[in-house]
Design a protein around this ligand. Structure first.
Ligand code: ITT
Length: 220
């Protein structure tokens, strides 16, 4: 794939139309990505429903891993494919777990273990005040077409890590993430509140904020 084919190397953005593969094997993300696409009337099928394999995430950035997943699905399904690579970046942990956010949950994908690991490391560093417990979520979104064209965007949401975790909505690290300006964690919000799209707001979650950017360039 050439850089000229990328949204970064060209002012020619491509519209998303027809059938789209959602290239994720994470049920929580899949639900959110479907919800974000729904108002745009896009017919979406998931990588799981198509039986597509889960590619190894060998990239060193969110952006690289999102592209790797979207391109793998586009090539396998011969359809435009939409991937998200995301994670939580904790200041006091030097940016960790970052792109390793899913891997911190181990093979059983147990995020209570992953959240407890973050909390243990914060305690070891004496990070007790909200200022010492700053973190942000990042979402890199990529849509790749079978002919090699890609469109890419990225966004973040800043917040503070609370302990113990609060709420049972959402997925992953949601119950310990308190977005700036709110008094409820993502785990205590409905998915609609977490997206924070109009008329509720101008985008709250990292994924909704990135999606707004994607919609501006690729959707009606
Ligand atoms: P796919 O690669 O199949 O999409 P994955 O879970 O492996 O699924 P990532 O590699 O992007 O996806 O890992 C991101 C992890 O970061 C994810 O497993 C979550 O635990 C966490 N994460 C990302 N967005 C989140 C959100 O909105 N709320 C809570 N946790 C989130």
């Amino acid at each position: 794939m050439s850089d000229e084919a990328s949204s970064n190397g060209s002012s020619q953005h491509r519209r998303i139309a027809g059938r789209l593969v959602i290239a994720t094997h994470n049920g929580g993300k899949l639900a959110e990505m479907r919800e974000l696409l729904a108002p745009h009337g896009i017919e979406a099928v998931s990588a799981g429903e198509l039986g597509l394999p889960e590619p190894e995430e060998t990239g060193e950035t969110f952006h690289a891993n999102a592209r790797l997943k979207a391109v793998a699905a586009a090539n396998a399904a011969r359809l435009p494919s939409f991937a998200d690579d995301s994670g939580i970046v904790v200041d006091a942990l030097g940016g960790g777990p970052g792109i390793f956010s899913a891997r911190w949950a181990g093979p059983t994908k147990d995020f209570s273990v992953a959240m407890a690991r973050i909390e243990r490391l914060l305690q070891e560093r004496g990070a007790t005040t909200p200022e010492q417990r700053k973190a942000h979520f990042v979402s890199a979104l990529c849509v790749a077409w079978p002919d090699g064209h890609v469109e890419e965007v990225e966004a973040r949401t800043d917040g503070t890590l609370v302990w113990p975790p609060r709420g049972s909505n959402g997925f992953g690290y949601d119950p310990m993430f308190l977005p700036d300006g709110f008094d409820r964690t993502f785990g205590e919000m409905t998915s609609i509140e977490k997206h924070g799209l109009p008329p509720l707001g101008l985008g709250l979650s990292h994924r909704a904020r990135a999606f707004i950017k994607l919609a501006e360039i690729c959707l009606d």
